[in-house]
Design a protein around this ligand. Structure first.
Ligand SMILES: [Zn+2]
Length: 478
């Protein structure tokens, strides 16, 4: 980020520092100089040229971090709202994923990147598994570099085995051209481990080790990946603290023990796991194994790119499971284990830690990069009173309340409006992508893809007589 941006001072906000003690400071200022947090406290002295932003009645928190988003799919926003994971696989992996041209990856990434910073998600991992050719990869990076957020490219390609694309000269050339010394915030390799006993993924892991790249992998996904993949990774020495396990929702204790012992983290996509069917959102198990958690939204083909949704869904799913497990034993949960504060930590520090960026982002403490979100909306009845600050972020606030966003000290959103972003251009690119796909697929396939068959619901036997209520006489008809 540019260090030449003018200083910024937020005045009189409720500051959730997310430092190690999770310090909350009411009526406090946050001073940003040269792109970093200079000071957090009451009545700070700011340089004369500082931009003053009134944070009265607002919450200041660190920029959020999404550790797993297939940003190229943003161009298909909402299309798969009624899909299962099976339908997703058929549509993207088998039938239509190949239709995406480099400009379509560019369009989805551009809109997804803008969507992220608009919602206060200042760092996003682009889990980019639509990179069929180096041109697709260049297009993905072009879009990410155009938007003033932090983006980690997780390179993948669902049209080939990872042992093919990762060992190709084109991939090495791309890495040399675009990643070494490039503008991105980081680089990962994105592929799944199927559990084939021959472990063909070894070649890709070796390339990752050679490049010093973290591996991010969909693990513990019902019907796709399971304990065998984790065991093979572990037995072959490819699990380490930088490894990110996405979902990890259908694994046994043995796999969780291997993850915990090797220091990796899990990216939980609760909204995705709940409706696509990877497995029950696993935080209720991860907590017992002391496995670090980050949050993610997976894909806008179903859901939003919005970590308020992730926090809310994750807290609800964890508590729901805890109650359900207790009820099965005729017991009652009287105190919730998982707190809103912990979920805010997962959305900020948790993501920073998963990406090895905890010393630079994830908290509002002096010296860290100034990725700052002001949640403030004087027109909303929901922003008053703010009694439980972390709870307010999780259960009350939403993306429309994101008032101002800084990335590395640069103002990218102010007074609820994006700054220095050409949203109209992104819309036009996405519209062209939709035209291309719709024409290529044909209208019938397009509609069929969006509207999967509804299985019949079997109505259960009911021992009581169905009767009809007569509203006129306020009597049951017999
Ligand atoms: Zn995913």
């Amino acid at each position: 980020m540019s260090a030449t941006d003018r200083p910024v001072v937020f005045r009189n906000g409720l500051v959730l520092t997310m430092d190690d003690a999770h310090t909350v400071l009411p009526g406090a200022d946050v001073l940003v100089i040269d792109g970093r947090i200079a000071e957090v406290g009451v009545n700070l002295t700011a340089p004369d040229d500082a931009l003053e932003i009134d944070a009265t009645d607002g919450i200041l928190m660190p920029g959020m971090v999404d550790t797993h988003r297939h940003m190229w799919q943003t161009a298909m926003r909402g299309y798969g709202a009624d899909w299962t994971l099976t339908q997703y696989f058929v549509w993207y992996y088998l039938e239509s994923g190949k239709l995406f041209r480099p400009e379509d990856v560019y369009a989805g990434n551009l809109l997804g990147a803008i969507e992220a910073i608009d919602a206060g998600v200042t760092t996003t991992v682009d889990w980019s598994h639509g990179l069929q050719t180096p041109d697709h990869a260049d297009a993905a990076v072009d879009a990410l570099e155009e938007v003033p957020g932090r983006f980690v490219l997780a390179y993948g390609n669902i049209q080939q085995g990872p042992w093919e694309w990762a060992t190709s000269p084109e991939f090495r050339d791309f890495h040399r051209r675009r990643i070494d010394g490039g503008k991105l915030a980081g680089f990962q390799m994105a592929f799944d481990v199927t559990g084939d006993p021959a472990f063909p993924e070894r070649a890709a892991f070796e390339v990752a080790r050679d490049l010093g790249a973290a591996v991010t992998t969909h693990a513990g996904v019902w019907g796709a990946t399971n304990d065998d993949g984790i065991r093979l990774m572990h037995e072959n020495g490819f699990m380490n603290p930088s490894t990110v396990y996405v979902h990890a929702a259908t694994l046994t204790h043995d796999s969780y023990n291997r993850i915990a012992a090797t220091g990796g983290s899990v990216s939980v996509s609760t909204e995705s796991e709940q409706s696509a069917g990877q497995g029950y959102p696993p935080t209720w198990q991860l907590r017992h194994h002391d496995i670090p958690v980050s949050l993610s939204m997976d894909t806008s083909v179903w859901w939003s790119g919005d970590l308020f949704s992730a926090m809310r869904a994750t807290l609800g799913a964890d508590r729901s499971r805890e109650h359900l497990e207790a009820h099965a034993k005729q017991e009652t949960i009287t105190h919730c284990h998982l707190r809103a504060e912990q979920v805010v930590e997962w959305a900020t520090r948790g993501g920073a830690r998963a990406l090895g960026m905890d010393s630079t982002i994830g908290a509002l403490t002096p010296g860290r990069q100034a990725d700052v979100v002001l949640i403030k909306n004087d027109a909303s009845p929901v922003m008053f009173p703010i009694l439980n600050p972390h709870g307010h972020v999780v259960f009350q606030a939403q993306r429309g309340d994101v008032h101002t966003v800084l990335v590395g000290g640069r103002v990218v959103k102010r007074d609820g409006r994006l700054v220095g972003v050409d949203l109209a251009a992104a819309r036009a690119k996405v519209a062209a992508t939709i035209d291309h796909l719709r024409e290529t697929m044909g209208e019938e396939a397009w509609q069929r893809g969006m509207n999967p068959d509804v299985p019949e619901t079997a109505i259960l036997e009911n021992p009581y007589q169905y009767t009809e209520w007569d509203a006129g006489s306020a009597q049951w008809k017999h």
